[in-house]
Design a protein around this ligand. Structure first.
Ligand SMILES: Nc1ncnc2c1ncn2[C@@H]1O[C@H](COP(=O)(O)OP(=O)(O)O)[C@@H](O)[C@H]1O
Ligand SMILES: [Mg+2]
Length: 244
């Protein structure tokens, strides 16, 4: 479980997040919806402890990570799987090496256990038969699936997605959203994805928070978006804008 409590974040003098509070629960898919440049990637970086808030707390499984030094943050980050917007795959490694690299580097697991975990995620991500290919030979949607499978390899408690469908065609987007929805089968996993695409939210998010001008203006079950009387939310719903 990850929680932002009254988080304020500035870049220089520019206020990006103004006392933002947000909870990502286990067994729940949470969306953070907001226009481009609002601070969505910033929220992901705060959750990973990559940047520190000016004030407020970031709690991971109830522990405030804001005072922690880099070395203390490593085991915290291992509780999280991260799917970056650009995937951050190793271009010179095969798909299966992309999956096994961090396991081999970070955990002293027997080779059979590494192989078992890699195969499990290859299957989950629907990448059987592609194990020996390089990322560049795959489509954008397939590369995203590699990034998702790889993020799951440490059995994280929470998985974080930065704009998981950005730049994908509609069919690939749908497949990625279905894959994220499949995470619910792993009963305790929490997922948070940030997006500017409203369809993503209605497709799979149990709960949605809307970030607008530095503030969370809505945070509830996704279906309740239709009951909101906030002008920004009304406008995006009534105008049927698909992307903010
Ligand atoms: N390291 C940084 N230094 C200064 N400004 C930044 C930095 N990173 C992001 N910004 C600015 O902060 C705002 C929020 O950025 P970001 O979190 O990347 O937005 P989003 O992911 O919602 O598009 C943007 O206006 C961006 O230009
Ligand atoms: Mg971003």
């Amino acid at each position: 479980m990850i929680e932002l409590r009254n988080v304020t974040l500035k870049y220089g003098e520019k206020l990006i997040l103004d006392k933002v509070s947000l909870t990502v629960r286990n067994n729940t898919i949470k969306a953070v919806l907001g226009p481009s440049g609002v601070g969505k990637s910033t929220i992901i970086k705060l959750m990973l402890g990559l940047i520190k808030p000016n004030s407020g707390q970031v709690l991971v499984d109830g522990v405030d990570i804001t005072p922690m030094k880099e070395a203390e943050l490593y085991p915290i980050r291992r509780k999280m799987g991260i799917v970056f917007q650009g995937n951050a795959l190793f271009d010179s490694m095969t798909i299966s090496q992309n999956f096994s690299f961090f396991l081999r580097e970070n955990l002293r697991l027997p080779e059979e256990e590494i192989e078992r975990r890699v195969m499990e995620q290859i299957r989950f991500a629907g990448l059987e038969g592609y194990e020996e290919q390089l990322p560049e030979s795959l489509s954008g949607g397939m590369r995203k699936r590699v990034a998702i499978g790889r993020a799951l390899i440490f059995n994280p408690g929470t998985i974080l997605f930065d704009e998981p469908t950005a730049g994908l065609d509609p069919v690939s987007s749908k497949k990625i959203l279905n894959l994220i929805a499949d995470l619910r089968k792993n009963s305790n996993l929490g997922a948070v994805f940030v997006t500017h695409i409203i369809d993503d939210v209605f497709a799979i998010a149990d709960e949605t928070a809307v970030l607008y001008q530095g503030k969370i203006i809505f945070d509830d079950l996704t279906g309740k978006l239709h009951e909101s009387d906030h002008p920004f939310i009304c406008s995006i719903l009534s105008d049927k804008i698909l992307e903010l």
